[in-house]
Ligand binder design. Structure first.
Ligand code: PAF
Length: 288
């Protein structure tokens, strides 16, 4: 762990900062779009614990334009670099890479991109066409730029995590992807940079999301079927008057509806101009 956190914005400065890493030690990267919170801090701590004190931890802060649709919140996405750097320094991060779009996309929009395949067109991908192509493309670029051999992502963006694992496997990218459990506020709301925009009333209504997930998990724990789990969650969101984009129960690879065993319950709702997503593991009983 370096004594101080270096903040760099160019490719050459990143190369120089990363070359200060001890040879043979592991290099981890935590990729973010900034507006950092305790969920990101948890990723940084996990990164440090995996690479050890002599290893190297880079945090990237880049609001990636190619993963936002035309009607989405790219321009008003929170940008809080000073506070982000302070948090990274407190967590003993070695390097913060905070480039502008002209550094990451030095020739403008890339012509060659990563196609997320069929999984990129369901759930979030159905509502945000092109989103996962932008995510996978920038993640692959940032992996190359940082030279990391370990990359940590939060489970809150569960479909993103599954797709990233899939990309690494299908393209043989030489990196280990580590998923880190969702971090929640004391009242159960999953931490998200977008929570920043919730007013007190919206925040209170958003609590229906973790409650719905709890009800779904409880239905499974009581021996309910996949349909019971989805109905329990959906009914709660409907009662709370939230506009639901989807409530879905799938296997942990988002491949197929599960009959029994480990599954994921995923929800996406709209609150005013905002979309919030969350998910939880549920375990379905064996059925005769
Ligand atoms: O999860 C995010 O914050 C972003 O999708 C990521 C992985 C940093 C890519 O821009």
């Amino acid at each position: 762990m370096s004594a101080e956190t270096r903040v760099v914005a160019s490719r050459s400065a990143l190369r120089a900062a990363c070359s200060a890493a001890s040879p043979g030690e592991r290099r981890a990267v935590v990729m973010t779009m900034g507006a950092l919170h305790e969920g990101h801090a948890r990723l940084m701590r996990e990164a440090r614990s995996r690479v050890g004190p002599a290893g190297h931890v880079t945090v990237t802060v880049f609001v990636n334009p190619t993963q936002f649709g035309v009607d989405e919140d790219l321009d008003r996405y929170p940008r809080t670099l000073e506070a982000d750097v302070d948090l990274c320094a407190r967590e003993g991060v070695d390097v913060v890479f905070a480039p502008g779009p002209e550094v990451v996309y030095r020739d403008g929009d890339p012509q060659v991109v990563v196609d997320p395949g069929p999984l990129g067109t369901v759930l979030e991908g159905a509502i945000r066409p092109g989103h996962f192509r932008g995510v996978l493309t920038v993640v692959l670029k940032l992996l190359h730029l940082t030279g990391a051999d370990l990359a940590l992502f939060g489970e809150k963006d569960f479909q993103q995590l599954v797709l990233l694992r899939r990309m690494v496997r299908d393209l043989d990218a030489p990196v280990e992807v580590v998923g880190v459990p969702v971090v929640r506020d004391a009242d159960g709301l999953a931490l998200s940079s977008r929570n920043f925009y919730l007013d007190a009333g919206e925040r209170a209504r958003a609590l229906a999301i973790p409650h719905a997930l709890d009800l779904g998990a409880a239905a499974a724990a009581e021996g309910g079927s996949a349909r019971d789990v989805v109905s329990a969650a959906q009914a709660h969101l409907d009662e709370a008057g939230l506009l639901v984009d989807y409530v879905a129960l799938t296997d942990p690879w988002l491949d197929a509806p599960p009959a029994s065993g480990e599954a994921r319950l995923l929800v996406a709702v709209r609150l005013g101009d905002l979309r919030l997503i969350d998910n939880v593991r549920v375990d379905l009983a064996e059925r005769a």
